[in-house]
Design a protein around this ligand. Structure first.
Ligand SMILES: [Zn+2]
Ligand SMILES: [Zn+2]
Length: 211
């Protein structure tokens, strides 16, 4: 005697009910029936145990997409960035599944299913990876270039002194050797030996051409 497959299914498993062509979560048995609950909640239904089998990965994904889309997201004002498709996080099964779903949708030119997969992927990443997909400006690469028209400045300030710093400064020089000379002279005159040195220059950010 062959046992109906529903008898071997664990509670919580997503199953396919061939009599209604729906995916549901197996809740257990009620008399002769298998009790199934729609994904995302709702009224349970009774299925003949013979009509129930574990859902395929594809069936599970499609049902998840439908459930997510039918759920009310009113009040959830997370500003998803809808301009950039989300990237799956490596080693995350949910990300991978959704990326596969998106890939398959794209391959069969199903724009609606592709958008659904992106929406699900963003929500999953928002919830499970705490990734905020915000609207972003296009990334522009810059090179940082020293301004050749403005000489770099070297300067030293004497910070010797018991209670307060001496505070004598060399003033800005274009050459570090001039600053050192000033330091030697100041030390000879005052026996002060401790200095704070600084360097300043001007730099500009130049946008780089994008390929
Ligand atoms: Zn993930
Ligand atoms: Zn000094």
């Amino acid at each position: 005697m062959v046992e109906p497959i529903a008898n071997q299914i664990e509670q919580g498993t997503l199953v396919y009910d061939i009599s209604t062509n729906k995916v549901g979560e197996y809740r257990g048995k009620a008399g002769p029936y298998a009790m199934l609950r729609p994904l995302g909640g709702g009224r349970e239904w009774e299925a003949a145990p013979e009509a129930v089998r574990p859902a395929t990965p594809q069936e599970r994904l499609i049902a998840s997409v439908k459930a997510a889309n039918s759920r009310s997201w009113v009040g959830n004002s997370v500003p998803y960035d809808i301009t950039t498709p989300p990237s799956p996080i490596p080693d995350c099964q949910a990300c991978t599944d959704l990326a596969v779903l998106r890939y398959e949708a794209r391959a069969r030119n199903d724009g609606t299913a592709e958008t659904d997969a992106n929406v699900l992927l963003r929500r999953h990443q928002h919830r499970d990876h705490e990734i905020r997909h915000r609207r972003v400006f296009r990334f522009v690469p810059y090179a940082i270039v020293q301004d050749p028209s403005a000489e770099p400045e070297y300067e030293a300030r004497c910070v010797s002194g018991d209670d307060t710093d001496c505070d004598a400064t060399s003033g800005p020089y274009g050459n570090p050797a001039d600053v050192e000379e000033w330091q030697r002279k100041h030390t000879q005159e005052t026996r002060h030996t401790r200095y704070r040195r600084s360097f300043a220059d001007y730099a500009e950010l130049e946008p780089q051409p994008q390929n």
